[in-house]
Design a protein around this ligand. Structure first.
Ligand SMILES: [Zn+2]
Length: 420
């Protein structure tokens, strides 16, 4: 089997820079993939789409009473310009955004311990004037860690924009120790849309061209991160699989999609299923790769399909001697929009052991990744693909268990989460 870890690793090196959604870095990443597809002897196509992006013009967090403190802060993208000229208000700390925490918070600037959709919704309904959210670890050294940059998503903004800032955990603790009474948030930003896109390549099946197996991997990274583990690794592995199928023509059609702007909210895969609605009925399975390559880690298959597929993978890894974990669950990645349309999916992930690799930070770098790890996972996916793509009869039923459908609906916030 001509699968070469060294070749995958070389592609990783070519993508060793920040590839944040809508930026030049993301475009450069797309160019690497496009060039590689051409070098394999195939014709890539590019499907462009728009993604919300923002630019913080001015941000400031001050504690104004009882003691003045100026705190390092980053503004939440898409939290509006309601604090453009600065808003000063009474300060409140909200432990968990339960009803009991929200009494009397109207018009106040609140600090939360963490900010999910539900907490945000509750803050909006309680009419707070602004929010402060801590990020990172208390023991982070500011010299070698970045203060996170975050943005509100559609699921938040549906409840209205509240000006918000993100601060270091250490500062959050420091502020609360002074028993703050008043705070001032100043936040001005430009909210706009930028360009992103998916790269596609396809090899037609020799026997069943109308039956399609889709391979997905996102090539964008988060701010500060070169995203070698998340997910230049998966992007480069897909190129190797494409090369493999070019040399070994498949019975069914294999379609490869390198998705842009996954980190901003699965924009690439959402855009694909939206603009190819008619063709979705032909897609039999989505194989997604997101997180791969750590030297110390464990391969895991996360299956969004009938449980027979779990058993098949389990028997297969035992048969070929490739240790693996299995989960019958959803996975926060580009498989979701496909599964949401009823297309079964399997995710191949190599989770790093705790401390063995980092993601979503400046420490997501090449060093803890090896060509050997990349190769062994890719070989497994190729062997799995051989059995599925070239099966005499396509074995995976087009069905997703109710429990997983429920999890997907919840993940996509299709309905209010009141039920649980
Ligand atoms: Zn990822």
């Amino acid at each position: 089997m001509d699968i070469k870890g060294k070749r995958i690793y070389e592609t990783l090196k070519k993508m060793n820079y920040i590839r944040l959604s809508t930026t030049e870095g993301e475009k450069d990443g797309a160019k690497v993939i496009t060039d590689e597809i051409k070098s394999i002897g195939l014709e890539p196509s590019f499907e462009e789409f728009k993604v919300p992006c923002y630019e913080i013009v001015n941000v400031k967090l001050e504690i104004t009473a009882p003691k003045y403190m100026l705190i390092e802060a980053k503004g939440y993208g898409y939290s509006g310009n309601g604090a453009k000229d600065g808003i000063e208000a009474d300060f409140a700390y909200i432990e968990s955004a339960e009803d009991i925490d929200l009494i009397g918070v109207e018009g106040k600037i609140v600090m939360v311990s963490s900010l999910g959709y539900e907490v945000y919704e509750r803050l909006a309904k309680a009419k707070v004037a602004g929010f402060i959210a801590p990020s990172g670890d208390y023991f982070d050294n500011p010299k070698n860690t970045d203060l996170d940059e975050r943005m509100l998503r559609k699921g938040h903004i549906d409840y209205g924009q509240i000006p918000g800032v993100c601060i270091r955990m250490k500062d959050a603790v420091k502020i609360l120790k002074t028993e703050p009474e008043k705070a001032r948030i100043t936040l001005e930003q430009k909210e706009e849309e930028g360009d992103s896109g998916n790269i596609l390549a396809q090899i037609k099946g020799t026997k069943y061209p109308e039956e399609v197996i889709v391979y997905t991997a996102h090539y964008d990274s988060v701010v500060f991160s070169k995203g070698m583990y998340d997910n230049a690794s998966g992007s480069a592995m897909l190129l190797e699989l494409l090369r493999y199928f070019k040399q070994n023509p498949p019975l069914r059609t294999v379609r490869f999609i390198w998705c842009g702007s996954e980190e901003r909210g699965l924009f690439g895969s959402k855009n694909y299923v939206k603009s190819h609605e008619e063709e979705l009925k032909d897609i039999k399975l989505c194989i997604n790769v997101d997180l791969a390559g750590p030297v110390i880690g464990r391969d895991t298959a996360i299956v969004i399909a009938e449980d027979k597929l779990c058993h098949m993978i389990e028997y297969m890894y035992k048969e070929i001697g490739h240790p693996m974990s299995l989960r019958h669950d959803i996975y926060s990645s580009d498989c979701i929009p496909f599964a949401d349309k009823g297309i079964p999916a399997v995710n191949f992930v190599r989770y790093g052991a705790p401390g063995a690799i980092s993601c979503h930070s400046r420490n997501d770098v090449l060093e803890p990744i090896s060509a050997k790890s990349l190769e062994s996972t890719t070989r497994f996916i190729a062997q799995f693909s051989n059995r599925i793509v070239n099966a005499y009869m396509f074995p995976v039923e087009r069905t997703i268990p109710e429990e997983l459908v429920g999890k997907i609906d919840k993940y996509l916030r299709k309905k209010q989460l009141k039920a649980d």
